[in-house]
Design a protein around this ligand. Sequence first.
Ligand code: ARG
Length: 279
Amino acid sequence: MCPPTYFRVSYSINPWMDPDKPVDLALAHAQWEDLRDRYRALGHTVEELPAHPAFPDMVFAANGATVVDGRVLGARFAFAERYGEAAVHAEWYRGHGFDAVREPRHVNEGEGDFAVTASWLLAGRGFRSSPLSHAEAQEYFARPVIGLDLVDPRYYHLDTALCVLDPGGGEAGGGAPGGDGAPGGDGAEVMYFPGAFSAGSRAVLARLFPDALIAGPADAAAFGLNAVSDGRHVLLPQAAVGLFEPLRERGYEPIGMDLTELLKGGGSVKCVTGELRLG
Ligand code: ARG
């Protein structure tokens, strides 16, 4: 995670960003710290990447890289405003014992567009990450990549429209009633908002995840899919009220977080959290 030290909305690269709307920086800090402390209280380790004054969006740490089995695929940002963040992230990984750090050839915005299940990568395209980055990720991580077309500009990153609740594959975690044998899938359990995807991608998701938790437009607009699950606890924006009961029914413990100031930049819980999958 990267603190919102220099967070502001001074440009607009997604429909949520309105430079005329003031950001309460003290509140943004308090909300961010609340999330960080909550992770720690749940027993997770949180590393803090120092913020950089040149990059107001750097608080959205999920975009800086994708880490699978300890291998790091760096980011390459679509917009000039964020381009320089990638090197700061890559530098952090190199300085913290990650030996395999790839500088990408094609545009990919890290976990904004890559979601990880037990054996696959789900990969968004349409607004930010290049479809070419999908092949690059497949080659680098040696995992099948499932490309998904995003069609609604409000859901410009995959992580605004889909969340992996349980990676499946028999790994630790509470949910996944389908288990390893879920038809068509690799046992992962996901939640997503169908309206964010093309018709073909909706059909792919329905085929791979027939038991998925389907979110409605109001919970999607509250950034309810921009959640982080450890397989048991699901941290998500508290305004996504329609998701709490369905999550409980599936055996998860939803934890509502208030990140309204960061939503002004077009991000919430997941966007500010880069996951270090050490393997
Ligand atoms: N303002 C940032 C951008 O538009 C928000 C990034 C949100 N991050 C995410 N993982 N969806 O790039």
